[in-house]
Design a protein around this ligand. Structure first.
Ligand code: DC
Length: 226
């Protein structure tokens, strides 16, 4: 399995670091493709639940991952792409806390990661790719021209997530959100398969206390230095 030749900006980091928003803006500004790799793990988890596949059944999960029928449908207004699973729009279904947790659970399994590897690399197409994930710079695109590790304190990430959930009308306490973030971080960082960590040659940006625009400016500066 090989990487393609179009340039890649790899943006890794924990959930709530602002990666999703920043990578969307970066891709738009550069006119490049966008890979939301977390969506593939979320889609695998969602498809497994819908097919009654137990989240401990590694072999069955690999089959689900390998046969995912997924399309990312661009929207005319430059909004995030719609996510289509087997013909059904699951853009919102994959964003629930349950789906995120299930994705984090199945993402510890190396065979599941392997089953999704080439699908991710296929996004590397001209004129370039902005790749959002946990292991973009370390495993999926080790040859990426720019590697950014975007982070923020757990408290700041919990505050951001809490505001999003509140705005969506979800009744939840900030302590519960913080606890979920800690559990998810712990699992993503300590797993043996592609643990969440900056690549040796990544530029680390701490977004705590920075606006999205400030983070975007720093990422664009990293891109224009290459
Ligand atoms: O970025 P996200 O919250 O959509 O990702 C959901 C889960 O998927 C996350 O907890 C860990 C896993 N993931 C991963 O292991 N590797 C990636 N490249 C992206 C996501």
């Amino acid at each position: 399995m090989s990487e393609g030749s179009a340039p890649v900006v790899a943006v890794d980091g924990p959930g709530g670091s602002g990666k999703g928003t920043v990578t969307q803006m970066l891709a738009k500004q550069l006119g490049w493709h966008l890979l939301d790799s977390g969506a593939l793990y979320r889609l695998t988890a969602l498809a497994a639940v819908r097919q009654n596949v137990p989240l401990e059944d590694e072999a069955a999960l690999v089959a689900v991952a390998a046969s995912l029928d997924v399309a990312f449908k661009p929207t005319p207004e430059g909004e995030p792409a719609r996510v289509i699973l087997a013909g059904e729009d699951v853009t919102f279904d994959i964003r629930t806390e349950t789906c995120g947790n299930n994705a984090s659970r199945i993402a510890v399994m190396q065979p599941v990661r392997d089953a999704l590897l080439q699908r991710q690399r296929d996004f590397q197409q001209a004129p370039g790719l902005v790749a959002d994930g946990r292991d973009m710079g370390t495993v999926v695109f080790p040859g990426a021209q720019v590697k950014i590790f975007l982070t923020a304190s757990a408290e700041e990430r919990a505050r951001r997530r809490f505001s999003q959930l509140k705005a969506a009308g979800v009744d939840v306490s900030i302590d519960a959100v913080l606890e979920e973030i800690r559990v998810r971080d712990e699992r993503d960082i300590n797993r043996s398969a592609a643990p969440l960590k900056p690549a040796d040659d990544a530029q680390v940006i701490d977004s705590t206390g920075l606006s999205i625009q400030e983070v975007l400016d720093r990422c664009m500066a990293a891109v224009s230095q290459t």
